[in-house]
Write a protein that binds this ligand. Structure first.
Ligand code: GLC
Length: 750
């Protein structure tokens, strides 16, 4: 029987569908056949030395120029990528050298575009406080536009490490303590950087980092050991990375830490079992900076050759900065310690990535586009909006804020108020220290000469020298209102910047007390990259605005909020402890068998501090008031395959328009594992005009209700679930529903 072409194609398709497992089908779909063909052809022409060159990333920048020796390596096809080379002119020169090589394989340029390229947005922890996923996606897209125009193809962002310990300086780079919020933000930011196709001239490849568990460093000390059950790993730390994979993230980065005794960079469980097989991702895996070399210090590699062997056999593709693979790869293959297939696999991934980035077709940056796009007014305007949305109003007694614009004389105290460089925080990309708008400048931009501003530093951020306090106090006494700007500098919350004490630095608290003692009205503007234990300020100061490090437009955004042109609506993405002794303290903790009870001695508590935090996860005030009422569920009993619809009414009962973040939490009352007292499973940021009322609805799915069981599988068991809806993790309306596999049958029987 002659088969016509259509029938033959249909049979072929059915054969493919039934003979390949779904994951292989997705993977096949993800791997574009045309690219695979080109990669195979190119690979077949490469020498081993050229292959090892593709597995090497070097730090390319030296005082604004690339290292001259890299030109030579590029010309010989022995350097596949660099980090920190940027700017159309500089990157094009290095790229031209690479295209003179025998096989003309273009270079890949990576750079830490963490919260903006030249237009700097709030530090990621600050952006997370906006709970505005669309804004975070857009700011990542703007960062990508600027970076790609400047010749950067790959950003080492988003950092998606969950962190519950504010002693760890890198909390600043992530989205805080919560897995659900962190996963949503990871997805949004990857989409912002990459879009649907990161070969476009306004996109870059993103990098989910640092895989995995880096934020759980013991004692909050950077690079320290992490150790946890696989159940906790899968429930708390993995989901944001999986969200990045679901968003199509093109790369992953290893983490410096050892997890349960195995350094990430040598951990085939992470790279082969989890990423490749379980998640079916073909993402390029790059080590963190010299992390391969550090396998020796970790004590798992005897020497550099051993470190290279572990890295390659572990499933890692690209070595950043250290040269163990490049310099030992040939011998390792000769000795049979690393197979040529393993090398080819890694090179294939690098070449595939370069094709997906379009580098073979469009290897060069467009200097004219760079001039139009980088740091343009539209980007700075959006940076100002995002900054204001990232601010969290922690306290506002007697409506101290907003400040009346008719105020005649304002004192501005604190060196951070007149500081440009620190407004960018850290990981400042190509942001220039002279770019940001200071608080003083922001006030002048807003108020012009209509108001007298007297600035006194009081002290610098380290605040060891208090000789400037007297002048600051005089300024406060002589003025109608004082804006007191305190906190950290941009290097105090960063990589390799763990702090055993997270109070205000130096004698800043004494400065606050001196201003407070004048009895004149004042507001505290906080600038910091991590929670701080500001107990006295929280207790005594009339108003506190958390502004993190707000980036290029910091001063303008702070002026917008202080004078009420923008109503703050941010919510904390991380718990603020009362003291370091409470750490780790996070909202979604297990109940224990003896939950704290005020009158009960033998319950889980401290003798010297309450269990409650200074400020809880999800907390933030507004200049207006919102009333959340009428919590209702569409079912009070469901089968494990059904959804529950949760609705509330939200009304702006105040005089100002404003944004509220309505938060949905659950508690699985009795399960085979003890479950957190609350788990965020939904949120919606809504903007309501004064007097406006709206219904907000959430759908709780079986996936939302499931947890990672003792068998490490998603588990949903019969029983009661509590639902909480409110505007912080420590309050809210409550309802209950039941999951039952049997009750429905009973109903049918009687
Ligand atoms: C650093 C960081 C990592 C960064 C990399 C390149 O040590 O750990 O987050 O992307 O090196 O700068």
């Amino acid at each position: 029987m002659r088969l016509d072409k259509t029938k033959f194609a249909l049979i072929l398709l059915l054969f493919f569908l039934f003979t390949f497992p779904l994951s292989a089908q997705i993977s096949a779909q993800k791997k574009q056949p045309e690219i695979e063909r080109k990669v195979t052809l190119l690979l077949s022409k490469m020498t081993l030395a050229e292959k090892l060159g593709q597995l090497q990333m070097l730090d390319g920048e030296a005082n604004g120029k690339f290292r001259p020796e890299h030109l030579e390596m590029a010309r010989k096809g022995l350097l596949g990528s660099t980090l920190n080379v940027r700017g159309a002119e500089m990157s094009n020169e290095l790229q031209r050298a690479a295209l003179e090589s025998r096989l003309k394989i273009p270079m890949l340029f990576g750079f830490d575009v963490i919260h903006g390229y030249r237009t700097i947005f709030p530090v990621p922890l600050g952006e997370a406080a906006s709970w505005n996923l669309a804004a975070m996606e857009k700011s990542a897209h703007i960062a990508a536009k600027e970076a790609r125009a400047a010749g950067v193809h790959w950003t080492f962002a988003p950092m998606v490490d969950i962190a519950r310990d504010p002693r760890w300086g890198r909390v600043i780079e992530g989205a805080g303590e919560d897995t659900f919020l962190g996963s949503k933000i990871a997805f949004a930011r990857v989409r912002g950087f990459q879009g649907d196709d990161f070969s476009a001239n306004d996109r870059v490849m993103a990098c989910a980092k640092h895989f995995v568990g880096y934020g759980a460093a013991e004692a909050g000390r950077d690079y320290n050991t992490t150790d946890m059950s696989e159940q906790r790993l899968r429930e708390v730390y993995l989901p944001p990375f999986k969200a990045a994979v679901d968003a199509g993230v093109g790369s992953f980065m290893t983490s410096f830490n050892s997890l349960n005794g195995v350094p990430s960079t040598a951990d085939s469980f992470l790279w082969k079992t989890l990423l490749e097989r379980e998640w079916n991702s073909d993402a390029l895996v790059v080590t963190d900076y010299t992390a391969t070399m550090e396998l020796i210090k970790h004590g798992v590699a005897a020497d550099e050759a051993d470190a290279a062997r572990l890295t390659l056999n572990g499933g890692v593709d690209l070595e950043m900065v250290s040269r163990t693979v490049n310099q030992n790869g040939e011998q390792l293959v000769k000795d049979g310690k690393v197979s040529l297939a393993e090398i080819n696999n890694a090179v294939r991934t690098v070449l595939r990535t370069k094709y997906k980035l379009g580098l073979f077709d469009k290897p060069f940056a467009d200097a004219n586009l760079e001039k139009q796009v980088v740091f343009n007014a539209e980007h700075r305007k959006f940076a100002r909006e995002v900054a204001a949305e990232s601010f969290v109003l922690l306290k506002n007694e007697r409506e101290t804020l907003p400040i009346n614009k008719r105020t005649k004389e304002i004192a501005v105290v604190g060196s951070l108020a007149n500081d440009k460089k620190n407004m960018n925080g850290n990981w400042t990309g190509d942001g220039r220290p002279e770019d940001p708008i200071t608080v003083i400048e922001g006030l002048k931009n807003k108020l012009g000469n209509g108001i007298k501003i007297r600035y006194e530093p009081g002290c610098d951020t380290k605040c060891e020298d208090t000789s400037g306090f007297a002048k600051a106090v005089d300024a406060a006494k002589d003025s109608d209102f004082t804006i007191l700007v305190i906190g950290e500098d941009g290097d105090m919350s960063a990589e390799a910047a763990s702090r055993s004490n997270i109070d205000l630095p130096g004698k800043q608290l004494d400065l606050v007390k001196a201003i407070h003692a004048t009895g004149k009205p004042y507001a505290v503007v906080l600038m910091n990259g991590r929670p701080l234990t500001i107990n006295w300020v929280a207790e005594n100061s009339p108003a506190i605005l958390e502004t993190w490090f707000a980036g290029t437009e910091a001063g303008n955004a702070i002026a917008d909020v202080l004078f009420g042109d923008v109503n703050p609506g941010g919510k904390l993405p991380i718990t603020f402890p009362r003291n370091v002794g409470q750490i780790p303290i996070y909202y979604n903790a297990l109940p224990t068998g003896r939950p704290f009870l005020d009158k009960e001695k033998y319950t889980s508590k401290y003798l010297d501090v309450p269990n409650t935090p200074l400020y809880p996860f999800g907390y933030g005030l507004s200049y207006t008031q919102f009333n959340i009422s009428n919590l209702r569920l569409d079912k009070n009993q469901i089968k494990p395959t059904e959804n529950v619809k949760v609705s509330v009414d939200v009304e702006n009962t105040g005089k100002r328009d404003g944004a509220e973040v309505v938060q949905l939490y659950i508690h699985d009352v009795a399960a085979s594992l003890s479950r957190p007292v609350k788990e965020l499973k939904g949120f919606e940021r809504i903007v309501l005009k004064s007097g406006e009322k709206r219904t907000v609805a959430f759908i709780l799915t079986p996936k939302d209700l499931s947890f990672i069981g003792r068998d490490l599988k998603p588990t949903l068991e019969d029983g009661d679930f509590k639902v909480y809806v409110g505007n912080s993790s420590d309050s809210g309306l409550e309802e209950t529903f039941t999951v039952s596999r049997t009750a429905v049958v009973k109903k049918k029987l009687n």
